[in-house]
Design a protein around this ligand. Structure first.
Ligand SMILES: Nc1ncnc2c1ncn2[C@@H]1O[C@H](COP(=O)(O)OP(=O)(O)OP(=O)(O)O)[C@@H](O)[C@H]1O
Ligand code: SF4
Ligand SMILES: [Mg+2]
Length: 450
């Protein structure tokens, strides 16, 4: 999509409101763009159209120049406005920033969960390394068969759905190949690695990734769990949906194992419970077990502990860390809590008004913050040894998201502003192999780490 197609969103000079005619013009123009984007999402596409390659094979996720917009009748809200970052395999990447800076919209874009037609991925790439079923010519997953020590297929008596042996015309039992199962008794299929560009994937294809390869844990588990079904019912569904050929008994066995893994003491009882019968911490554990049931490679946790008290919060964070190692996966951890980031993250991405203003390793961001906003964020963190009565706050507000300026978005709040800051929006400057900052103070200081 080209930038020229965007509707005009500015009211005429010296007016803070839009007239009916201006709103109608915006809606017309929005409809044109969103109809095209919706059509693209609902198209039938061959896999080649959304297959891609990673820039660095050590990553599991690469987001490049992502633009996610909301087409409202007041104009276009550029909630995510050119965001690029990577999640290396096996690492935890923390995304921080104040409320409304686009953290959740970034994660919703990765899952293609934006509410259309208003919310749309407008442009950019989301490259994800998936570990998907290998499929035959008809698109069916290829099972892994059990072999004996000579490499011959192991055979077993064929049973019908009621568990009775199937007999041939002569009354002899029929034998069939035996499909391999994992440690939880779930049927195994041949797998292969594929890199998908999620931004180009039709919405129908997303079921291959959502819940299975990429799992999401939300802030308030009660809103993600269905109140009218038991925990067991909802957990079983993950296995039944993502592992073809699984029976109800397979699903139950896996569900109970998952509840066990997340430290639930009486998994059989919780399996039969309804969400309202559990405490907040238990519900979050259930959500994590549900995320885990799909055997994901990437877990997106959006404020996973905000609704919990401090003790439970610490337990849930421990659990997440433990699970990451167990599944050898990666975590994209979204939070506004710098304490959680310090404890959990290997890399940190700092967002401000829909853009990344600084990114680096956790140590770089905590010990050598460079952007005035990141420095302000660190100063606003309460500490035990602070003698001040009041906390430091960053003065001023974020600019209007519909009418973003073309200069640095932080300028009105910045106390380090120079003449250059009255020019264009600052480019990202690389100050170390892993540290990047978008601020004019560092122009010309590339890779010297000054
Ligand atoms: N449905 C929508 N329509 C219009 N604008 C929206 C919509 N959803 C989100 N936005 C805008 O997108 C921007 C980013 O929102 P987002 O939910 O990603 O913020 P966040 O960083 O997750 O904040 P928080 O810490 O409060 O969760 C906000 O400015 C918000 O106004
Ligand atoms: S570019 Fe200028 S206004 Fe923006 S954060 Fe840097 S110093 Fe402040
Ligand atoms: Mg959010």
């Amino acid at each position: 999509m080209s930038e020229e197609k965007e509707p005009k969103t500015k009211a005429k000079k010296n007016r803070n409101y839009l007239t009916g005619r201006e709103i109608r013009a915006i809606v017309r123009s929005n409809n044109k763009v969103t109809r095209a984007l919706e059509k693209k999402k609902r198209r039938k596409a061959k896999e080649e159209e959304f297959l891609t390659t990673l820039k660095d094979d050590r990553n599991i996720l690469e987001v490049e120049d992502l633009h996610t917009y909301f087409f409202t009748e007041q104009g276009i809200v550029k909630a995510v406005n050119g965001v690029s970052f990577e999640v290396p395999q096996g690492s935890t990447v923390g995304v921080v920033g104040e409320s409304g800076c686009g953290k959740s919209v970034t994660s919703m874009s990765i899952m293609q969960l934006l509410q259309g037609p208003a919310g749309q991925i407008y442009s950019g790439e989301i490259r994800f390394k998936s570990y998907d079923f290998k499929r035959d010519a008809k698109g069916k997953p290829i099972p892994v068969w059990e072999k004996d020590e000579n490499g011959e297929d192991l055979l077993t008596e064929k049973k019908d759905r009621h568990g009775r042996p199937v007999l041939d015309k002569e009354g002899n039992p029929v034998f069939e190949k035996r499909q391999k199962r994992d440690a939880y008794g779930t049927l195994q299929y041949e797998m292969e690695e594929k890199v998908f560009n999620i931004a180009e994937m039709p919405i129908k294809e997303m079921h291959r990734l959502r819940g299975r390869q990429i799992a999401m844990i939300f802030q308030e588990p009660m809103t993600s769990l269905n109140p009218v079904f038991t925990i067991g019912n909802q957990l079983d569904e993950v296995t039944l949906l993502h592992f073809p050929g699984s029976t109800k008994a397979d699903a139950k066995r896996r569900s109970i194992e998952m509840l066990n893994l997340v430290g639930i003491a009486m998994p059989e009882r919780v399996y039969k419970s309804y969400p309202h019968e559990l405490s907040g911490g238990m519900r979050q554990r259930v959500m994590i077990s549900m995320a885990l049931a799909g055997d994901p490679r990437l877990i997106i946790a959006d404020e996973p502990t905000t609704a919990l008290d401090v003790t439970i919060q610490a337990q849930i964070l421990d659990l997440l860390r433990d699970l990451k190692t167990r599944i050898n996966g990666s975590i994209l951890l979204i939070t506004h809590d710098l304490g959680i980031i310090a404890e959990m993250a290997d890399f940190v991405v700092v967002m401000y008004a829909g853009r990344i203003i600084e990114k680096g390793t956790a140590s770089e961001i905590f010990h050598h913050p460079m952007h005035p906003y990141t420095i302000g964020l660190q100063r606003s963190k309460p500490t035990m040894d602070s003698e001040k009565d009041t906390l430091f706050d960053i003065p001023g507000n974020v600019p209007n998201p519909i009418d973003m300026p073309d200069y640095c978005y932080f300028r009105e709040r910045c106390s380090h502003c120079t003449k250059k800051c009255f020019g264009d929006y600052p480019e990202m400057v690389q100050v170390s192999p892993t540290h990047w900052v978008a601020c004019h103070l560092y122009d010309g200081k590339e890779e010297k780490g000054e």
